[in-house]
Design a protein around this ligand. Structure first.
Ligand SMILES: [Zn+2]
Length: 383
């Protein structure tokens, strides 16, 4: 299984300017390649290379490796664009926008990410430095830093291709690492996870993984964003973009922490994990307007993704279940009634009288469905 690990470079000012010159050169080359590709209407790596290779090497002073990566980057970008056009993300075929996007060459900002392979980038993990190719020659001893997990990952796992990224004044490497998966264990029961707005995630043991504090943060961010959006100046727009990137990093971090603790708990207790199938969560949850805004800002899909790969890596089985009615159904007697939910936080069964926290009740139902689903799929022959 491949994972992406992010580390932050700590270049000296001279190293930073070499990195910047390199990124500028690579993306100027990418723009030229993209232009030619449109001109000759060729988008496949092998075919496009014949049209651009010699000129690009000469005009942009790039090494052979870098040129190949630039061409591949352009081809990948066109492939993505084509898929987006087909998916209708630029309007209907024949519409003005669709036609314009389909005809224009793809642009690359000066700081668009640039891929590096093992020949262009090597890691000295003991010294915590990398040696990296630039247009000014090979830079040796560029320091990097990261969280304990990130540092451990690049030091102990096979590192494949990496992307050099410049963002908010920082130099980053996104390194692809190969993770071995543990063999899945036969689960002794399931830990159910309910996802929602008020509490991001609640498990069937009653642990709330992120709640009030995070919601305060999110509300503040939404207010600040509204204020900046109202301004409509260039500097407000830049500030807004920077803020939303910072927010999404914060959210990703919270999702990491939540998924890590859930997987650790399941692993510790030899259980599998049951989560609701995430595709429908937005359609399913109906809320007042301010909460809807908050919901759109939370990436449950990302949380599901993190849960999935962390579970796979740990050998913890994960099943997705149909979440319908899990919030209205009593986890003790199975009675289903809308009125079982007198308010957002409370579950109160009108049949057996059980009273529980609404999210915990839902999580227990999800755990139950996980166990049922697992039995049906994985043990069909047990007498
Ligand atoms: Zn009941």
């Amino acid at each position: 299984m491949k994972l992406v690990v992010q580390v932050k470079l700590q270049p000296t000012p001279e190293q930073a300017s070499a990195l910047e010159a390199t990124l500028r050169a690579c993306n100027a080359a990418a723009r030229a390649v993209a232009q030619t590709a449109r001109g000759v209407d060729v988008y496949r790596n092998y075919d496009l290379r014949k049209h651009v290779y010699a000129d690009i090497r000469e005009d942009h002073a790039l090494g052979a490796q870098a040129v190949q990566h630039v061409i591949k980057k352009v081809c990948d970008a066109y492939r993505t664009l084509k898929a987006n056009l087909r998916a209708g993300n630029y309007g209907k075929p024949g519409s003005k926008r669709h036609r314009r996007v389909a005809a224009a060459p793809i642009g690359f900002r000066w700081d668009a990410a640039q891929p590096y392979d093992a020949r262009m980038l090597s890691w000295q993990c003991d010294a915590r430095t990398v040696s990296i190719w630039t247009t000014a020659g090979r830079l040796k001893g560029v320091a990097y830093t990261g969280s304990a997990d990130q540092l451990k990952a690049v030091a102990t796992l096979p590192v494949g291709e990496s992307d050099l990224v410049h963002r908010d004044g920082m130099w980053l490497l996104y390194a692809t690492v190969e993770v071995t998966e543990a063999d899945p264990v036969e689960p002794q029961g399931f830990l159910g996870v309910d996802m929602g707005i008020v509490q991001i995630a609640t498990d069937s043991d009653g642990t709330v993984c992120a709640g009030a504090q995070l919601n305060r943060y999110r509300r503040r961010q939404i207010r600040l964003r509204a204020k900046l959006q109202a301004k409509q100046t260039e500097s407000a727009r830049r500030l807004l973009a920077r803020r939303s990137r910072r927010e999404s990093r914060h959210a990703a971090n919270v999702n990491h922490v939540i998924s890590k603790s859930i997987v650790a708990e399941a692993e510790r207790t030899s259980r599998g994990i049951a989560v609701e199938a995430l595709t429908g969560i937005r359609a399913r949850v109906r809320l007042r307007k301010p909460q809807r805004a908050a919901l759109h800002c939370w990436s449950f899909a990302q949380l599901g993704e993190f849960l999935t790969y962390k579970a796979r890596r740990a050998g913890v089985p994960l099943v997705q279940v149909d979440p319908r009615y899990t919030s209205q159904t009593c986890c003790k007697c199975g009675h289903r009634d809308k009125r079982n939910r007198p308010d957002q936080a409370t579950f109160s069964c009108r049949s057996c009288g059980v009273v529980a926290h609404a999210d915990v009740n839902a999580a227990v139902n999800i755990a139950q469905r996980g166990a049922d689903g697992w039995g049906a799929v994985n043990r069909p022959h047990v007498a």
